[in-house]
Design a protein around this ligand. Sequence first.
Ligand code: ADP
Ligand code: ZN
Length: 781
Amino acid sequence: MKSLFTDDSPPVQPEPPSGPFALVALEQAVDKQLHYSIPPQLRTMLQVGQRVSVPLGRGNRRTYGYIVGIDPVAGYPRIKPLLGIDDARVLVDAKLMALSRWMSRYYCCPLGTVLESVIPSAVKKRVGLGQLTMVRLAVTPNEAQAALETIRSPKRRAVLARLLQLKAGESIELARLAGESGVRPPTIKKMVVAGLLHIEKQADLAGLTPPPQPPRQLESDIALNSEQAEVFNQLAPRMRDGGFSVNLLLGVTGSGKTEVYLQCLRQVIERGRQAIVLVPEIALTPQTVRRFTGRFTNVAILHSGLSAGERHRQWQMISQGQAQVVVGARSAIFAPLPNLGAIVVDEEHEASYKQDTAPRYQGRDVAIKRAQLENVPILLGSATPSLETYWKVKTQEAASSQSSYHLLNLPHRVRGLAMPVIELVNMKEAARYRRGIHLLTERLEHLLHSTLQNKHQAILLLNRRGYANFVYCPSCQTAIQCKYCDATMTYHRAAGMGGGGGRLESGLHTGQLHCHYCLAVNPLPATCPQCNKRLTLFGLGTQRVEEELKTKFPDLRFERVDSDTMHNSRDYEKLLNRFAAGEIQVLLGTQMIAKGLDYPNVTLVGVISGDTALSLPDFRAAERTFQLITQVAGRAGRGDSPGRVVVQTFMPEDLTIQSAISQDYSGFAARELLSRQEVGLPPYARMVRLVMRDQDPLKLQKLAEQIAATVLQLAAAEPLVAVKGPMPCAISRIAGYHRSQIVMTCRGPEPMQRILLALRIGGDLARSERIAVDVDPTSLL
Ligand code: ADP
Ligand code: ZN
């Protein structure tokens, strides 16, 4: 008996265990759920969703996992007993467990790994919690009553009598029990040995009580304009009454989408329910966050700058229902709200909703699944919805008048503000009349001068991704295009070309050209196919723009903002405050400055190169380009002075650039969807990507060929699945690892899920450091 209580002795198996059995998903190591017998004294306390410790393997190594089920029979004969309950709290409630199971299946990831993402590590580690020693009866009240009558010791009787006053299943702190029954703790511990009582450690939640909030003056709602009101009137009953619905709010930049979210949330809160608001990256959207905290009393902000203790406290507060609204990035979708009423996903098209480590989930899609499981509405907002969302909502809505999918429009800016005027600057032309290399054209320089003269501010955008290189012929002034598609081929260095990324000299033309649409690979021509002259690799960097700005505008107060500052939210917020105060005149940055900024004094936005995103080796390149230009243009003219946007490009005729200039989302979407349909790419197909890597290119080749053979064999039974590869990834080597990929596409997800499941069962995916499974990949690099 004793050995079941103590943690260090190996578990003994005196007799064949009888049910029920706990089904445990292990946090690490094993992609399987294992059955354990439940020691009798844990039976009343054990619940699905708790974290427990169990013995694993020959050495019975203590391992942690989560109870995911309690079953009457075990799946195999030799069952070990569970070691103990690590945390008495239910860390994953039934609905989050259902969501986790779905993720495990859909994203082909062990349930234990999914739960690792669902439960913040600060919660798991109980950071900031004291420990209470709790005592409860290990026998039924009737048995305790009987014992009370036979036990001689008055001290023991006093303890039993006190425990019998508790409600069924309730426990009491050891020190308090001792004090109230006039005994010392060792007496109580002896009763545990006698099998009457059970002692467990429990987190002391007192340490998690939030500090009292000073009373604040809340901002009042803004009166909605007629377009907003129309949208709101459609949404309000869905928000109030609940029930699953997917609502896509397609509203141009500055159309007052956030105000609509806020007033929808009020409907939810007034019903005594809570809501989750997902934002792309909390550090980048301090303004948006402030609008939520300004409007509601109890808003929990989950951002990466929280200390572990703070994070745990927030989680505890949320799980107690004390947060009305939870605002956070991707992982906030797992917030344990007890009475979820609605979910909002702001900027639903943002790539940052996708997690790039296992489980590689798409936060927006998980949000939709959670809304469905909890039977609540979800509101997705964007000026440039992802084509997946847009297509799904449109086709579902058209398919049935009873559809739960709704498209809502806000086609105009609030307060009658005009959309910014966007003009194209043809860099080919500009280069012809000017000597030297200029990343800022004369036109942009001129507009920047006059903006500064008017004491206005500007934003300059350069998507500086180093690998976004295309092969350019300076004499014909064209980039090499794919033979089969309307797309620029992308050059990437061959494996073994040495590191030193970002070098743009000509003469390194030994890699190959890739097309991200048809996945064609062509050798790089030695010279231009048209004029036979030497080719160059074309690319840009923010630093070059920075230098140019310094020479051309010596007195300019500007700051460069790029991914290096992104991790430090405080620095970014400080910088934005200085920009808001007018201390900084110009922000020069990567796509991170395209997001959510709302500064009325910004009247000029310059896109240094509208083409860099277009040349990404990814079938979503056009979509990204359209989104980027539209979003950054949306930063201009939010105040009373009209905004002006300059897009510099080498491809002025490109249809995507043209759509972006005319701010024509539906035209762009219609054309792009058509071309996706023609080649069978998402959203017309689901995609699964397997990425294999190894430091040794030969080992990689072997691995890739072996996996591909298995996949092809499995795919023989799935005629709808198309398999491509193995082939090198667009970035064929990262951090010393060579990378190869297999891409599957299929109309629906199920046939590919079956293939993945078979691979998983066969153990082919076990070595996660060598093979990554990416379901619905957002990046194909
Ligand atoms: P979006 O999210 O569509 O870009 P926002 O919700 O951020 O737009 O609104 C842009 C600005 O307009 C904000 O400063 C907001 O306070 C203001 N605003 C929103 N709705 C109205 C309205 N009905 N009347 C006046 N101003 C509004
Ligand atoms: Zn040429």
